[in-house]
Design a protein around this ligand. Structure first.
Ligand code: ZN
Length: 319
């Protein structure tokens, strides 16, 4: 098993790579080393061995892990929660009010993910274990969590990617853990001298208006760091906001066109990939670079979310 060394992000925060699908810099678990050891995101179950190894190399005793926070209950963020909670017997799982029941009884989560991922489900996500109800802690909008005498995390309801999504503000780093609220940071192409931030429009609660409202809310906090679910930290926060504000309407418009024309998910993937390729070509990213494999996988799910959004919108307008 190849396991990366935890990345030191400064401000007593490390990031352990979950090596999702054998690919690095895709999913990860943040470790905040305060009096009460706090983890953010668990990744999928298949990543848990990497997370445990990472904690071991940080010399963290699993008995000392006090809080495991998941930004939302999609399986690439929270699928491994049940398994990790078994390994960390003194931890509480901290989750959005709308996500809690799915962590306690993951059956609907499993059903939903099977609808999106089809036959790949088992290899991607199994096993998904329930979390005992008494170990689940709910955080509403604007509630806080004291993780040491001088550090209180603040929870903000940030829908758009999903309705069961919150973001976590950390005053020590003046940073915010945004899960998928502000899309994906593609670290893989940074060697070509540019940054790429793309929206995450997964099924089945994606809402572009809510995404932009959450973006404004985060922007108004004046943070200096954005910690992505995928992947790692960004300190050029204005660039993140402006790229998401640039790409989101493009995704939505392209999605709407494909929906109105009655075309398939594959067609939407193709059109979005064409638009992103223009930028990748400009920076001479070769066509066989891993970013294309990653975009193909991501855009498949994001295109489903876009078409699902327009299908729901049409139904609600007909009513
Ligand atoms: Zn995600």
């Amino acid at each position: 098993m190849t396991t990366a060394i935890p990345i030191d992000l400064g401000n007593r925060i490390h990031l352990i790579d979950g090596i999702d699908l054998g690919i690095s810099e895709r999913t990860g678990t943040y470790v905040i080393q305060e009096e009460n050891i706090t983890l953010i995101e668990t990744c999928a179950s298949s990543s848990i061995p990497h997370i445990l190894k990472g904690l071991d190399s940080l010399q963290i005793d699993l008995m000392e892990v006090k809080y495991i926070i998941v930004t939302h209950v999609h399986l690439d963020h929270a699928g491994g929660a049940g398994l990790l909670m078994e390994k960390c017997p003194n931890a509480k799982l901290v989750v959005h009010p709308r996500g809690a029941r799915h962590m306690i009884d993951p059956s609907r989560l499993i059903q939903g993910a099977k609808a999106v991922y089809g036959p790949q489900f088992d290899s991607l996500f199994k096993p998904i274990l329930p979390v005992p109800e008494e170990r689940v802690m709910i955080k509403d909008d604007n509630e806080t969590l004291q993780i040491s005498a001088n550090c209180e995390l603040l929870f903000l309801d940030t829908p758009g990617h999903a309705n069961h999504h919150f973001s976590i503000y950390d005053p020590i780093s003046n940073g915010i853990f945004i899960g998928d609220t502000l899309g994906v940071q593609h670290k893989q192409i940074e060697e070509f001298g540019f940054k790429l931030y793309l929206p995450a429009t997964s099924p089945n609660q994606f809402d572009p208006d809510k995404t932009l409202q959450s973006l404004e809310r985060i922007k108004n906090l004046g943070v200096e760091r954005i910690y992505f679910g995928h992947f790692s930290v960004a300190e050029n926060v204005q660039e993140v906001y402006s790229q998401i504000q640039h790409w989101l309407p493009i995704y939505v418009k392209t999605g709407e066109d494909v929906y109105r024309e009655g075309k398939s998910v594959d067609e939407l993937v193709k059109r979005l990939l064409e638009k992103i390729s223009i930028v990748l070509d400009k920076y001479n990213v070769p066509k066989n670079h891993v970013i294309y494999k990653i975009l193909q996988m991501d855009l498949q799910v994001f295109s489903m979310g876009l078409l699902d959004y327009f299908s729901k919108k049409e139904k609600s307008e007909v009513k």
